[in-house]
Write a protein that binds this ligand. Structure first.
Ligand code: WTA
Length: 654
């Protein structure tokens, strides 16, 4: 951040009546948490969440880093998201404005959503699903997807949502990893006018082995497309729910009961099942939804994320519903039928708080610059009050465009930094309190002890980069890696960091303001269009193509639109291909990766060499590969390379 960085003061309109109004109000909350962290979160836990049995202790650090929050309290997440609003006479309020891919709109009130959730919950129970069982949800963006998550929560089953873009192989790994008893899916999904298979992929996953724990597959009929059917296992959702009543007593669970698992990529090994709690997670979701978006009763909130990612969990399924908000849920993609879709939907639904990813903004900027018809100024966006950004750093140019052209220069932008593991926002402006600097996620959420430290856990001075850590626990934090507590400890609480939570990102604080800027991952995790992927995962997928590949190394290359793209360097078992042959094999390998992981993991750039650049001790020189991927001049010392000629080969694009 430069000294000249444009500073956007909090507009009066944003400050007025805000949940956290003005910097002194923010600082007061920070001070309250500083004085007694447990008491601070306990106060919020009582204000924002309804407990069946009140908790008597807030934070329990005795098993650190396996922290517990509100442990002897009992609650139900679905009760908090649905019943309590209906009980307070708000059953007729619209919970979800669903817009389908083809533009059809349906409105689901809180009473409807409760009834639908209860019917499915009863159906799950009738199929033998019990408290503590794991249920995999492999669904498109739909009301039924949200209902499936809520129904699991209602009966105390732990859901594990798998993004609909993952392959059969990835789905199988996640089913097996969780030991799930059921899969909830749809026949097909509709995105951008195309019918894409879901059930067929479940079918394929089942044949791969490892899914023997699955007893039932519940299928939501979305398109009515042709699908294979196994009568011993497959059941239509509508047939199962028709038979059920629309009330279902919630299963009251302890606050630490696992609400969900969500698999995400790390720097080593297979994706890990991030385990979240019920009580602490819900507190974090409710408080952050309220404060970060300053949500009021009359707002129409729209988070464009997919329920397959954590953003869709916290800021679609749990946060907005926990606080009784009205939100838009969208089935489709931002570019169909044209790149004005988001703007048209904001106009049609009078969206007041809009939350999306920088990748989407950047691609829509390109489209708007090419065609006036899809420029935000061709739509009435005056309903907007607050804008949000999530998933990757937002570059100042995209920030400015978003602010000016989407927000009409009036709407604060909340650049929210957080992770699958953190459950909710960690560092973010609060729209009524925090002056903004484009490109900076500004200051920690009140109660989050974020800091920048060196490799030994000591604070670095502002203005100097370092590792982003969180020094104290928070209610929404990851509780464990499913089935792998050892990995949990070493990944997130390395001994040299004094017990701090290691985020895996680099950060720098502004010398004057103390504002945080995220400088990107410090490990081998890539962020492509806001999708998180491990280089190791992609490398393993490539080398599993044993017929062709001898060795593979994957690095990220900065990209203007998607943030990063995947660049793979390959040594084949046969001779190094060139020209058409190289392009043909590259296509084959891309398809292979799509099949192994999912289309989102396809390397954009594939290069072939007789070898990879290695040090004498045999380590792949990744820094060098990153330079090659960027087409940069090589400044590293390459004198130790066994075969410097491979560098020339790897510079050749296919
Ligand atoms: C990155 C998504 C900069 C970061 C919620 C983090 C961000 C990873 C931001 C987590 C932001 C997320 N500014 N970088 N506002 N938000 N990131 O688990 O590298 O899919 O570690 O959670 O995304 O990705 P995840």
């Amino acid at each position: 951040m430069s000294e000249e960085a444009i500073n956007y003061p909090v507009p009066d309109a944003a400050m007025k009546g805000a949940h956290v109004s003005g910097m002194p109000a923010y600082l007061k909350l920070v001070a309250e948490a500083d004085v007694d962290l447990g008491a601070y979160w306990a106060r919020l836990a009582r204000e924002f969440v309804s407990w069946k049995t009140p908790f008597t202790q807030s934070l329990d650090e005795s098993g650190a880093p396996f922290f517990k929050w509100f442990e002897d309290g009992t609650l139900n997440a679905s009760y908090n998201c649905l019943d309590r609003h209906v009980e307070r006479g708000r059953g007729d309020k619209v919970a979800i404005l669903f817009e389908a891919d083809d533009g059809q709109v349906s409105r689901v009130t809180y009473s409807d959503l409760l009834a639908r959730t209860c019917r499915l919950a009863n159906a799950l129970k009738a199929r033998g699903v019990k408290k503590g069982d794991r249920v995999v949800i492999y669904m498109s963006m739909s009301v039924e997807g949200v209902v499936a998550m809520q129904a699991c929560a209602r009966i105390g089953a732990t859901h594990s949502v798998v993004f609909g873009g993952f392959s059969a192989q990835s789905l199988r790994d996640r089913i097996a990893g969780a030991g799930a008893v059921m899969v909830i899916t749809a026949d097909e999904q509709l995105r951008g006018g195309k019918q894409l298979p879901l059930k067929a992929i479940v079918e394929e996953a089942m044949t791969l082995g490892g899914c023997e724990s699955i007893k039932d597959v519940i299928v939501y009929r979305r398109t009515g497309g042709q699908i294979a059917w196994d009568a011993s296992r497959d059941r239509w959702m509508h047939e199962e729910t028709e038979k059920q009543g629309d009330t279902c007593e919630p299963e009251w669970v302890g606050a630490e009961h696992p609400l969900f698992l969500l698999y995400t990529s790390g720097s080593t090994g297979k994706p890990k099942g991030v385990q979240h709690s019920t009580g602490g997670y819900l507190v974090q979701a409710a408080v952050s939804t309220t404060w970060t978006f300053d949500l009021r009763d009359e707002d129409v909130f729209w988070c464009t994320a997919d329920i397959g990612w954590v953003t869709g969990h916290t800021y679609i399924t749990y946060g907005p519903l926990a606080i009784g908000a009205t939100q838009v849920v969208f089935e489709g993609v931002p570019t169909y039928p044209d790149a004005g879709r988001f703007w048209k939907m904001i106009q049609d639904h009078k969206v007041s708080v809009f939350y999306t990813a920088p990748t989407a903004i950047r691609s829509l900027i390109k489209a708007a610059e090419a065609s006036e018809a899809v420029h935000p100024r061709s739509y009435d966006l005056t309903s907007l009050r607050i804008l949000g950004s999530v998933g990757e750093p937002i570059n100042p140019a995209a920030w400015e465009w978003y602010h000016q052209h989407v927000g009409g220069g009036r709407c604060p932008i909340v650049d929210t930094f957080w992770q699958t593991e953190t459950g909710g926002h960690m560092i973010t402006p609060l729209p009524g309190a925090t002056p903004l600097v484009p490109g900076s996620c500004t200051l920690p959420f009140p109660g989050i002890a974020a800091a920048v430290v060196d490799e030994t856990g000591n604070d670095v001075p502002h203005g100097q980069g370092g590792l982003l850590v969180v020094k104290k626990p928070w209610p929404g934090m990851i509780r464990n890696i499913w089935g792998d507590p050892e990995r949990f400890k070493v990944s997130y609480f390395p001994p040299e960091l004094k017990g701090y939570y290691l985020a895996g990102d680099g950060s720098i604080r502004d010398a004057k303001t103390g504002y945080f800027t995220i400088t990107g991952r410090i490990d081998d995790v890539l962020n492509v269009s806001g999708h998180r992927m491990g280089t190791m995962e992609i490398e393993s997928a490539l080398v599993s193509c044993t017929a062709l590949v001898a060795e593979a190394a994957v690095v990220g290359r900065p990209d203007e639109t998607t943030g990063e793209t995947i660049c793979a360097f390959i040594v084949l078992k046969g001779p190094r291909p060139t020209g058409d042959e190289a392009r043909k094999i590259a296509t084959e390998l891309r398809n292979w990766v799509a099949k192994e992981i999912g289309p989102i993991a396809k390397p954009k750039d594939i290069r072939f060499g007789d070898n990879l650049p290695k040090t004498r001790s045999g380590k792949i020189m990744r820094r060098l590969l990153r330079s090659i991927a960027k087409d940069e001049a090589i400044t590293q010392d390459t004198s130790t390379l066994e075969n410097p000629a491979v560098l020339e080969q790897l510079m050749e694009r296919n």
